[in-house]
Write a protein that binds this ligand. Sequence first.
Ligand SMILES: NC(=O)c1ccc[n+]([C@@H]2O[C@H](COP(=O)([O-])OP(=O)(O)OC[C@H]3O[C@@H](n4cnc5c(N)ncnc54)[C@H](OP(=O)(O)O)[C@@H]3O)[C@@H](O)[C@H]2O)c1
Length: 278
Amino acid sequence: MIVQRVVLNSRPGKNGNPVAENFRVEEVNLPDNINEGQVQVRTLYLSVDPYMRCRMNEDTGTDYITPWQLSQVVDGGGIGIIEESKHANFTKGDFVISFYWPWQTKVILDGNILEKADPQLVDGHLSYLLGAVGMPGLTSLIGIQEKGHVIAGSNQTMVVSGAAGACGSLAGQIGHLMGCSRVVGICGTHEKCLLLTSELGFDAAINYKKGNVAEQLRELCPAGVDVYFDNVGGDISDAVISQICTMSINFSSSLAVLYFHLQFIFVKNYICIVQMKL
Ligand SMILES: NC(=O)c1ccc[n+]([C@@H]2O[C@H](COP(=O)([O-])OP(=O)(O)OC[C@H]3O[C@@H](n4cnc5c(N)ncnc54)[C@H](OP(=O)(O)O)[C@@H]3O)[C@@H](O)[C@H]2O)c1
């Protein structure tokens, strides 16, 4: 059977922006038979995530993710349905999920890398298992639970950068649910600002491409900022940190800028962090 797959065609270079030409779609033959322990699956959903930018480099810069190889199929979080199984845990029709899913329409996989995906958990919306109920959701939830120091009823203000992204949009909502009285998002377009305030329950939003972020923060957070969920680092975080007195900060997520400008521009105001004893 002929199937389609996406392979890495070229590397954007350490500091380059990825372009479509870095990828290539090609056709390959899928073997007719599967071996013991294997399953044949049809791909339903694939997740495209920021960490993949690092996988496009020869050296990812970390030891917990490996580089994609040139002319090899790329992979990441994915969900599919079993079409044929020779693995004891799975039968035809099961939905399955893996963090190492090849970007290929149909594929033969080792059943041991798969977990069952229960559609009932997400009211039939399987893709949620890669989003709000998957890695981005956990990143936001655990970040706030572990590092946010949110105390319900204590009138805290939370600021979220990258607020319209997968993690940020959830972080703001979780902040509210956990008891922050005010949540302000920072994002890059007017439309995203509207989405945050009209649909996702943010109290206010700042378009960092229009006007001075620090001034807008002063205006929108008159009582200061208590919790900062940082998705981007760089100048935006610098602006937030530089004018805040007491806050909790979650840096675990803050790499979006770094991925695209692989240089040390993380945060300049370290002295504030030391003074705030974060
Ligand atoms: N997704 C996960 O499961 C996960 C897990 C662990 C860590 N993280 C980290 O969390 C961060 C956010 O991930 P995500 O999945 O939410 O990403 P995302 O959905 O792509 O959102 C990131 C947002 O960052 C903003 N951004 C990009 N470049 C920027 C820049 N130079 N300056 C300011 N803002 C910029 C963009 O929004 P605007 O267009 O509004 O600028 C973009 O929508 C990333 O660093 C990621 O590595 C994510």
